[in-house]
Design a protein. Sequence first.
Length: 94
Amino acid sequence: MKRFAVLLLSILMLASFCGSAAAEAEPITAYTNCLANVRKGPSMREDILFELETGTGLSVLETLTEDGMQWCHIVVAGSSQEGYILRELLDFSG
């Protein structure tokens, strides 16, 4: 009985941890604040894949820092287009 209780408690703790980790991974909605280049990777040296007009909605999957610059890995709303954009080119309020 004691082993069952320990096992049940372990399963509940693991489920709780997995649930909160998934919630933290939710994409964040943002909008471009100017004409913006979307690049293949998080660097000014990477190729430009496409441009986004001011006010384009997108989902930010992650933010990272490369060469002292903050980059966001994004997916354009309503499409499968994705790439990297400088964080300073985005607004996070509707």
